[in-house]
Design a protein. Structure first.
Length: 387
């Protein structure tokens, strides 16, 4: 196994091993990719305060997210078509997360179905849904998640329309993918990936095909995706979804404090400060810059998590210091999955955990639950230099 010391090591292997179509899908943002870049670079503006002559023994990164014990404040984010990054990718990522003691979130647009993942794991995972028009299909999604003993549901609220991602259009990445001679030729050079895909029966959207009205096979999927998303979504509609699911509910896609307050009012248990990894509104604020104003607005009345831009344990530490009770990795675990399958996801989690643990110690803390803004040097205009 190659020596892996950081997430970028996994990314380099991932790029070599996975077809360009799926690499570009993960490693892209919308339009100019300004927000995609800012999500990661804005973390570098937050500096850490080193403390010395403090007891660094008996450290722990254990905490809770929505009342569930986690080995560190990190969950695997919902990522669509994960099963095309690596054969049976959602199952492998879920198993790695389960073994490490962090939550795995399955996307509605996964290749492996809810039932597939439940069959191959022992502990409950989380399930993410989009805001779709079809109430019957939405209710059945929630019911299937409950039958699979999912311990939380997550509603993504920032995908009423799709932000334009130039790379996906040029690569023909859609649901289902539009294969061209160029993309097929590239796939043929990825031998390990290709052998894996030949060896699995899971190559289509397992939560959609055979479950959504009129979608009986992959060929009928594209017309469904064009019509399914609810462009008229409002907070009353989100209240309807809240009534469909009686377990812990997380709302993902909050970037403005006014929307954070609305999420609190509809009865969510947690919100995720997220701009969809820079894949929707380009030119929007980075997640880490948006976090302080949202924390000031909601305080401790609702649990606040952060997604978009996490690539290291230090990023996790900074987000927690700014008030987040949990963070999510999407691209970071996908790099590991595409590079080395389940073992790669485990390695990504190990890298992030070590960075988090050691950095926390250098900042004078032994317990992640005691970390606060005191460990940070924050620029005066970090989150409030705009009117």
């Amino acid at each position: 196994m190659p020596v892996i010391t950081n997430i970028d090591d996994l990314k380099r292997i991932y790029r070599r091993r996975v077809p360009k179509m799926f690499y570009d899908y993960a490693e892209s943002g919308s339009w100019t990719e300004q927000t995609f870049r800012a999500n990661t670079t804005d973390f570098s503006e937050l500096l850490l305060r080193q403390r010395i002559a403090v007891d660094m023994g008996n450290r722990t990164t254990r905490t809770q997210m929505i009342g569930q014990d986690v080995s560190m404040p990190v969950a695997l984010a919902p990522v669509g078509v994960t099963g095309m990054q690596c054969a049976d990718g959602e199952i492998k990522a879920a198993r790695a997360a389960e073994a490490f003691g962090v939550p795995f979130t399955l996307s509605t647009m996964s290749i492996c179905s809810i039932e597939d993942v439940a069959e191959h794991t022992e502990k409950p995972f989380w399930f993410q849904v989009y805001t779709l028009k079809d109430d019957d299909f939405m209710q059945r999604l929630f019911d299937r998640a409950k039958a699979a003993q999912c311990s939380a549901a997550m509603i993504t609220v920032d995908l009423q329309v799709l932000g334009q991602r130039h790379k996906d259009i040029k690569n023909g990445l859609s649901a289902p993918p539009k294969l061209t001679p160029k993309t097929v030729a590239n796939m043929m050079t990825k031998v390990h990936w290709g052998l894996g895909m030949l060896g699995t029966k899971r190559r289509f959207f397992g939560n959609i095909v055979g479950h959504a009205k009129g979608v009986t096979d992959p060929s009928s999927l594209s017309s469904w995706t064009a019509e399914a998303f609810d462009v008229s979504l409002d907070w009353d509609r989100i209240r309807t979804f809240r009534r469909m699911w009686d377990g812990p509910l997380i709302i993902k896609g909050i970037i403005d404090e006014r929307d954070a307050l609305e999420a609190l009012n509809v009865g969510a248990d947690a919100i995720i400060v997220s701009n969809h990894g820079g894949r929707q509104l380009d030119g929007a604020l980075s997640a880490i810059r948006a976090l302080p104003r949202i924390m000031d607005a909601v305080g401790d009345r609702i649990e606040v998590h952060l997604d978009s831009g996490i690539r290291s344990g230090q990023d996790v530490l900074k987000a927690v210091a700014m008030g987040a009770k949990g963070t999510y990795i999407g691209r970071a675990f996908v790099y590991g999955l595409g590079a080395m399958g389940e073992a790669g996801v485990t390695r990504a989690l190990e890298v992030i955990h070590k960075e988090l643990d050691v950095s926390m110690a250098f900042c004078g803390h032994r317990d992640i639950k005691t970390v606060d803004r005191d460990i940070l040097m924050i620029p005066r205009d970090f989150s409030d230099k705009w009117l």
